[in-house]
Design a protein around this ligand. Structure first.
Ligand code: AMP
Length: 488
């Protein structure tokens, strides 16, 4: 069973219907998409064996769909890089994954030039077009446990970890999506607003299986006006968006396009007031997911109907366990907590990763007795709804992107006039959270900004610097982050 079979089925059922669109323009039919993917697979297998990690570094573009399925037809591993990362961070992932084929957009390919020796094929170039014409690779059956996607999440230690997702994991995710959240057909469309290297890319699979159009905005990024235009243009539209993006839609003041059926939000906290105003503006089209790269998009959720007439406790929760997933809350001893008691959220099921790539220690502390330890704290209520209370890992989630304070702190501390630094998230109605850095030292905010921009992705940069004389510490010498948060 290979994920390629999803595309194969769509191409058999709907060969001549439009499959992939750049904005409003059709790029390929399902039969053409299958042919392009098999050509790419042939090009990959001409020089590489199964299991080769193939990196894809690009803004959202139509070619991601054929690359994904081409890589799977070749029995290789899809390693997408978030285009918002700093080139050095991308280089770390290339090294860690052991990728030896890289497909990149012209812009990202050029940015990678100083940091990697790996040859890059520019997506959309003549040499890329030549690969599509390679002898098609005959798709074969594949062990469902075979690695399909290395999903890179940042670790609290600052080192990126690759969650190993198999064909079985992603098939379970696909089935759960179709069972719980949406029931598209060939008259429907998936519009990619969020990065396809992460959340939005995961939804490609269920919509491809049903022959629903894949629509990639021509801008390659998220623009609320363009997004709404496309949702109005294409039939039966659905999309995955980070909570911040949902807010952007509401801020346009535009009505809900008639064709927009489903907006799946998640990946970060959606505040109740924001959700209510989104529902008031767009109607009952919202679906919430709670998941993480380690259990792709599938731990708990709230369906469309669950939002209708729901009280604040339900709207502020992350819903109930997804089909095929068992979810529990454990106390510090690993015992089940009572209703209402906060503990660590764990889950198990076919969707859960097999471990972290090349990182046995992290795997051992995350997968314990068959349960995935999410690092999130939460509690169940009497009716089985789960509420996230806090994130044990102190991760800051800004605009749907995870930012790990330790990583930003480490870079701040490399500045010669920074003595101490502590990074926390401050609640923000627009971004969910924003990064705030408490700094001890004589450096100014402008020079710290420059220092950070040279070293890490722009979106991880603090929005505010607060200069203080010393950081509050516990008697063990540990910085009291909670006290700093309270100051905000
Ligand atoms: P990632 O692996 O990058 O997708 O990040 C996963 C983390 O995002 C989870 O462990 C949660 O802390 C957070 N998260 C995901 N979905 C939600 C949600 N619906 N509400 C609040 N936080 C969420």
């Amino acid at each position: 069973m290979s994920l390629f079979s999803l595309l194969d089925q769509a191409a058999t059922r709907f060969p001549d219907r439009g499959a992939v669109f750049r904005g409003t323009e059709q790029v390929s039919t399902w039969a053409e998409l299958r042919a392009r993917a098999l050509g790419l697979a042939g090009a990959i297998r001409a020089s590489r064996g199964p299991g080769t990690r193939v990196a894809v570094a690009t803004e959202n573009c139509p070619e991601i769909v054929e690359l994904m399925f081409g890589i799977w037809a070749a029995e290789c591993v899809f390693v997408p890089l978030n285009y918002k990362l700093h080139p050095r961070e991308m280089a770390d992932i290339l090294t860690d994954s052991g990728a030896d084929i890289v497909f990149a957009s012209a812009k990202i390919g050029a940015a990678l030039e100083p940091v990697t020796d790996l040859p890059r094929t520019v997506i959309g170039s003549d040499s890329y077009a030549a690969l599509l014409d390679s002898a098609p690779w005959p798709p074969a059956d594949i062990d469902p446990a075979a690695l399909a996607w290395l999903f890179y999440t940042s670790g609290t230690t600052g080192r990126s970890k690759g969650a190993m997702l198999s064909h079985r994991n992603l098939m379970a995710m696909t089935v759960s999506h179709l069972a719980d959240f949406d029931d598209p057909d060939a008259d429907c469309s998936l519009v990619h607003g969020a990065p396809m290297s992460h959340g939005s890319g995961m939804y490609v699979m269920p919509y491809v299986l049903r022959g629903a159009r894949q629509v990639i905005p021509a801008s390659g990024t998220f623009d609320a006006q363009e997004f709404l235009d496309l949702c109005g243009h294409h039939p039966g539209t659905a999309a995955f968006l980070a909570p911040t993006m949902v807010q952007r839609l509401v801020q346009t003041g535009r009505p809900c396009p008639r064709n927009l059926r489903t907006v799946i939000y998640g990946g970060g906290p959606m505040y109740v007031e924001s959700l209510k105003s989104a529902m008031a503006a767009f109607g009952p089209i919202f679906v919430q997911l709670y998941g993480q790269g380690e259990a792709p998009m599938t731990i708990t959720g709230l369906r469309r109907a669950d939002h209708v007439g729901a009280d604040d406790a339900v709207l502020g929760s992350v819903g109930y366990p997804r089909s095929g997933v068992e979810v529990a809350v454990l106390d510090a001893d690993g015992s089940l907590t009572a209703v209402g008691e906060v503990g660590e959220i764990v889950c198990r099921g076919d969707v859960v990763m097999s471990g972290y790539w090349n990182n046995a220690d992290a795997t051992a502390s995350t997968l314990v007795n068959g349960w995935l330890h999410t690092g999130d704290l939460g509690s169940f209520d009497d009716h089985g709804y789960l509420t996230l209370r806090d994130r044990s890992k102190d991760v800051v989630i800004s605009g749907g992107s995870n930012i790990y304070p330790r990583e930003v702190e480490e870079v701040l501390l490399t500045h010669p006039r920074v003595e101490e630094a502590c990074v926390v998230g401050a609640p923000d109605p627009d971004w969910g959270e924003v990064v705030v850095a408490f700094v001890v030292g004589s450096a100014g905010s402008d020079e710290l900004d420059v220092h950070l921009l040279e070293r890490i992705a722009r979106f991880k940069r603090p929005k505010r610097y607060i200069f203080i004389d010393e950081l509050p510490k516990s008697s063990y010498g540990k910085v009291l982050k909670r006290e700093l948060r309270d100051q905000l």
